[in-house]
Design a protein around this ligand. Structure first.
Ligand code: CTP
Length: 494
């Protein structure tokens, strides 16, 4: 997503200015054209030559430099930029931008650009906390400027407080997210699972596996950078939380199952890149199991097969960790779990699979077509998978959220209850919270109940109403009109 982009990186006179060299370096390596614009004060902290060395382009400092490649420097920069990033940003540049002062190349460029502007402040805690700086920050936020940080931490003065420059990963994460807003997954919601699960034997011992979570994290970041809203459900991992992604931390397979079930009703795609434990101890010992005798037998039971059990209106992508018969085994999983795509990886190779930064995978689609990819960094594997996902997700039809159609089944009639389709569940409140349903026999107060089994749906009991409709039978249609989501509905027979 980043390649073929032009970024204007503004660097101002903060002690953190040297860190901008790393940002420029990483962006350039990712294929971005980086034009660094420095204030005069910034040149006291870091040499313009450092930026030229990493970007291959001269840093711009002087508005009237006759040798500059640009015609009218600030106008050319402002027009070419896909994004302007000021990192680090001093209280001074923030004040200038808030009031429209344009007295150097950087402030003129920001004033002249239509591109999004990201600001990463770095300054003394009191300068940042000063009401005038706070007022300036608020003004800029209101105008759509995007702030990253500052963070709480040790400052150059030795003091601790809010004013520390955000780290490079965070700043690049925000840049990628902003640039990806119009990507091929814009307005889509991806739920991604990552890492292993841990099943407790006793308070100190677990059953787990070697999954690092890197593949799932790469998928989450790549989906974010293509414009998707991402929910990342992650088992225990040492990886850094990606910026701009909703992260839900879980530990056991059961917790992952619940988190996935909660997240999928609004998802366009579920990508299960986690290595879920297949078995867990039948019971967890309350105290640490003491060493006794020569052996120990643990009784295990199956965990829920999440991919197999979650249902709904979304694209389903699985991963298959295989040590033999890669394509055959993966194809079998694709069919058994009713997937749209499966990504098979050979976990026996050292440079691929668990824990590695790269992966050698074969992508198999529903028609059995298998595409073997070479050894690639996990981020690139993620992009290849998402290329397919983007084609699989149907364009969002404009769903009428004011009307829910329900086909009655016999067991609901017998149980005098109304089951809500999973893709409309989000229009109702949580379990136990009362809401009103208008009916021909007046307003009835009810609340949503949990399903009794995995074949069941969330439902509410409606005995009084069913008593007045003895004619109903399986297959009949009901309509619920949503008058005010979470509060008031109207029930009609069709
Ligand atoms: N998976 C799941 N729930 C489980 C086990 C696996 O949702 N309890 C998902 C994984 O996240 C992955 C796919 O199913 O996307 C295949 O996982 P894998 O471990 O390769 O296969 P299993 O179904 O567990 O079969 P086996 O371990 O016998 O190979």
């Amino acid at each position: 997503m980043l390649e073929v982009k032009t970024i204007v990186l503004g660097v101002t006179g903060s002690i953190a200015a040297y860190k901008a060299v790393d940002i420029a370096n990483q962006l350039s390596r990712a294929g971005v054209k980086v034009d660094v614009v420095m204030t005069k004060e910034a040149t006291k902290f870091v040499a313009p030559l450092s930026f030229r060395a990493v970007t291959g382009r001269a840093a711009v400092i002087d508005m009237f430099d006759a040798s500059s490649e640009f015609n009218i420097t600030h106008i050319s920069l402002a027009g070419a930029a896909n994004i302007v990033v000021i990192a680090p940003a001093t209280a001074n540049i923030i004040a200038k931008l808030a009031t429209g002062i344009a007295d150097d190349v950087l402030s003129c460029t920001v004033l002249a650009t239509k591109a999004p502007v990201v600001i990463a402040p770095a300054m003394d805690v009191n300068m940042y906390g000063n009401p005038v700086t706070q007022e300036n920050v608020s003004k800029l936020k209101e105008r759509g400027f995007i702030f990253v940080g500052p963070r709480f931490g040790k400052l150059a003065s030795g003091k601790e407080g809010l004013g520390r420059f955000a780290n490079t990963e965070e700043i690049i994460g925000v840049i990628s997210q902003v640039l990806g807003k119009k990507g091929d997954l814009a307005n889509k919601h991806a739920v991604v699972t990552a890492g292993s699960t841990q099943e407790f034997i006793d308070p100190v011992r677990i059953i787990t596996n070697r999954s690092s979570g890197k593949m799932g994290y790469a998928l989450a970041e790549a989906a974010r950078d293509r414009g998707a809203k991402v929910t990342l459900i992650a088992g225990p991992t040492l990886l850094t939380r990606p910026v701009g992604v909703e992260v839900i931390n879980v530990c056991t397979a059961e917790e992952m199952f619940q988190a996935v079930k909660n997240a999928v009703p609004r998802a366009d795609v579920l990508i299960m890149a986690s290595a879920v434990a297949d078995y867990r101890p039948k019971s967890t010992a309350k105290e640490k199991i003491k060493k006794k005798g020569a052996g120990l037998t643990l009784e295990l039971e199956l965990t829920p097969d999440i991919l197999k059990e979650v249902s709904g209106d979304f694209i389903r992508i699985g991963f298959a960790a295989e040590s033999e018969n890669l394509v055959e085994n993966a194809t079998q999983k694709l069919q058994q779990k009713k997937l749209d795509l499966i990504v098979a990886n050979d976990i026996t190779a050292k440079d691929s699979g668990f824990g590695a930064d790269s992966n050698r995978v074969t992508i198999i689609d529903k028609d059995g077509k298998a595409k073997k990819l070479p050894l690639l960094p996990k981020r690139e594997v993620a992009e290849k998978v998402l290329d397919k996902v983007a084609k699989l997700i149907p364009p969002k039809e404009k769903r009428d959220l004011s009307r829910i159609e329900i086909t009655l089944i016999q067991s609901d009639i017998t149980g005098k209850r109304i089951s809500i389709p999973q893709n409309s569940r989000f229009l109702f409140p949580q379990y136990g919270v009362p809401f009103t349903v208008e009916t021909g026999i007046g307003d009835l107060r009810v609340h949503m109940k949990k399903p009794h089994s995995k074949y069941d749906k969330d439902h509410f009991h409606f005995s009084d109403w069913f008593k007045t409709h003895p004619e109903l039978q399986g297959g009949d249609k009901l309509i619920i009109e949503v008058i005010e989501p979470m509060k008031r509905y109207r029930l009609k027979t069709e």
